[in-house]
Design a protein around this ligand. Structure first.
Ligand code: F3S
Length: 282
């Protein structure tokens, strides 16, 4: 069985940047998980003493709080700063952008519609910047009963599938006088998704590596499933069931934007060892 990595996979610019910031701030704590990968968070704690705080109110004046890649709610950021906490902002610039758009459009009188997961920290953050509130939708059906005014500003979670975003835009455009569609899906997401699309069309088994709560990994897994029924979303090599590889010729591998190289390498090594030692039939 041949193993092939997607043309683009793994750590994106925003995650690399956030990890560098964390490594440079020994003894600080992140507010919420810095990225959606518990194993990398544990490494930062072990090697750089960067802790994790779940409630921003527990930070005391003078302490260092690192704002996670997905950003935080506007009001919480304000309170942290006002209480004398030393705030180190690791929000990805591709997340800061939709926050700014939400604020600007809301202030300009547009109804802000966000395509994304309401429970995701990125969306909680972006929504909080819309001065007059925002509606969060996950599909076209969510739009049917929404009361929206004539001017709409549409924003997408950075990790969403572009085809799904187009469906939302296509529904809104003929029904409203003005619909401003902002392309807030980030390039890393586009590139990783396009690469997984290409590889999953050829592979007879796909392994997608990343945190189970990582939105962009879930999107990669969903695309992979569209083209390859034998697609498996795993967190690391411990989730592998080696019988998956029986009678397979090409194993494609991709990984979410918050999956570190060392986890990807462990997975590749484990699959290679298994194929060699157990003599998987193919
Ligand atoms: Fe930023 Fe895109 Fe990564 S939004 S954190 S560069 S997936």
């Amino acid at each position: 069985m041949k193993i092939e990595l997607a043309e683009n996979y793994g750590f994106c610019f925003g995650v690399k940047r956030a990890i560098k910031i964390a490594e440079e701030n020994i003894n600080a704590a992140t507010y919420g998980p810095l990225i959606h990968n518990s194993k990398e968070i544990a490494r930062l704690d072990r090697d750089f003493e960067v802790g994790l705080v779940e409630d921003f109110k527990t930070f005391k004046a003078g302490e260092k709080a690192i704002v996670r890649t997905h950003g935080i709610v506007k009001q919480e950021l304000k309170e942290l700063k006002e209480s004398g906490v030393n705030v180190v902002d690791a929000t990805c610039p591709f997340v800061t952008k939709p926050q700014e758009i939400a604020q600007e459009m809301s202030e300009a009188g547009y109804d802000v519609v966000i395509f994304g997961d309401e429970a995701h920290p990125e969306i909680k953050g972006v929504k909080s910047y819309a001065t007059h509130g925002a509606k969060v939708v996950t599909n076209v059906f969510d739009l049917v009963d929404l009361k929206l005014n004539e001017k709409i500003a549409l924003i997408a979670q950075t990790t969403r599938k572009v085809e799904d975003y187009m469906e939302i835009a296509n529904y809104l455009i003929p029904r409203h006088k003005e619909v401003r569609v902002f392309n807030t899906i980030c390039n890393a997401t586009f590139e990783n998704q396009e690469a997984v699309r290409k590889l999953s069309k050829r592979a007879d088994i796909m392994i997608i590596i990343g945190g189970k709560n990582s939105s962009n990994t879930k999107q990669l897994s969903s695309i992979s499933h569209d083209f390859c029924a034998n697609s498996h979303h795993i967190e690391d090599e411990n989730d592998i069931d080696y019988s998956w590889f029986n009678s397979k010729k090409l194993c494609g591998i991709s990984a979410g934007a918050s999956t570190p190289d060392w986890i990807i390498q462990n997975v590749v090594n484990s699959i290679e060892e298994c194929v060699n030692s157990l003599k998987i039939t193919n």
